[in-house]
Design a protein around this ligand. Structure first.
Ligand code: SF4
Length: 64
């Protein structure tokens, strides 16, 4: 099962992840990423991978 990890200190609040994978990412009141589903379903993984590619600060990773 893969796990999504977000580096909140690297996040610049661009929101690309929330737009791209809304089932997995949210933003707090300061716009900083919050992972709402750390172990996304297979169905959500393509969106998660797209979010990783789009994140301008490369703050998102997938681990096994
Ligand atoms: S796309 Fe990256 S920089 Fe933007 S909110 Fe998500 S984690 Fe933060």
């Amino acid at each position: 099962m893969v796990r999504v990890v977000a580096n909140a200190r690297g996040c610049i609040g661009a929101g690309q992840c929330v737009i791209t994978a809304p089932n997995v990412f949210d933003q707090d009141e300061d716009g900083i990423v919050v992972v709402v589903d750390e172990q996304p379903s297979e169905a959500d993984l393509p969106d998660v991978r797209a979010a990783l590619d789009l994140c301008p600060s490369q703050s998102l990773t997938l681990t096994n």
